[in-house]
Design a protein around this ligand. Sequence first.
Ligand code: SF4
Length: 349
Amino acid sequence: MSFSERLIAWYRNNKRDLPWRNTNNAYLIWLSEIILQQTRVEQGLPYYLRFADAYPDVKSFANASEDQILKMWQGLGYYSRGRNMLKTAKVVQNEFNGVFPVAYADLITLTGIGEYTAAAISSFSSNEAKAVVDGNVYRVIARYFGVATPINSTSGKKEFQAIADNLLNRDNAGEHNQAMIEFGALQCKPKNPDCPVCPFQSSCYAYQHQKTNELPVKLKKLKIRERFFYFFIIHNKEEILIKRRDNNDIWAGLHDLPSIEFKERTGLEMVFSDPNFNQWFNDKSVIQKTSEEIKHVLTHQRLYARFVHIENFNLNAIEKNGWLKIKKDNLSDYGMPKLIFEYLKNFLN
Ligand code: SF4
């Protein structure tokens, strides 16, 4: 029995029943693949179901507004995915006559679709013979073949892709690829792989050499950046000021609050001497209260946020800098980072 035959036999007996597995609709597969990037299946599944329900085809997705998409995306993180999806849906609508492409060569030209996603969509939807390589596949290959090249190095990427291409069952590429991913997710797990009941046990390098904990090898991560924010809740009875974030930082395009950022943890006295604070308020007595520090973890950043409440303020006096004055009741119409939305929701309710 070949590697692929054994793998697919395992898959048929063990796979999870997930909605995007029961379709060859490239649009729905694309939806699931983008949602599942950097996201666990349990977390991504409800989002997939909501999106597929609200936007059952690429036309309906392309006609949505960015705010509608980001609002539905809220809490999933990596918001550029949502924005890129909208761009891609519009391109498919306009340049592919609304038919989601299934060929790797077309898919790879679309925004937000890299080699992995193009291989996944083309093989799952039309059985195109393109091998997928994601974190699961890296792990399975590194352990089974004993490959110690770092998976996040340039040479490692090439080496693992070549091995995956070689293993691919060209007559059944879609199922083979799904099986590789599922095998890595359920059987050859990052911690405590289920080696005692693994069909590859007798020929697996890592198992035979007790190296499952050492493989795969990864180069050390980038340093985590720490950032310290004061967010200002400037509001009166019915309205509040928010602002749209620019595109060169975290939460690009979402809405948050006027804020001042510091490189290190600082007390309110530093806020009072900040030029922005003085330009906006010119008087520290406007502050009604300040929240405890809230820690918010992103992939390469740790945010430490405090919320400063400015109440009963004449919003017209400082409604500038591109800030928006909105009704508090309409807050949920704006895509916001979870950190900001949760705080405001608790505070305003
Ligand atoms: S024997 Fe263990 S390490 Fe090897 S492929 Fe199976 S689960 Fe992975």
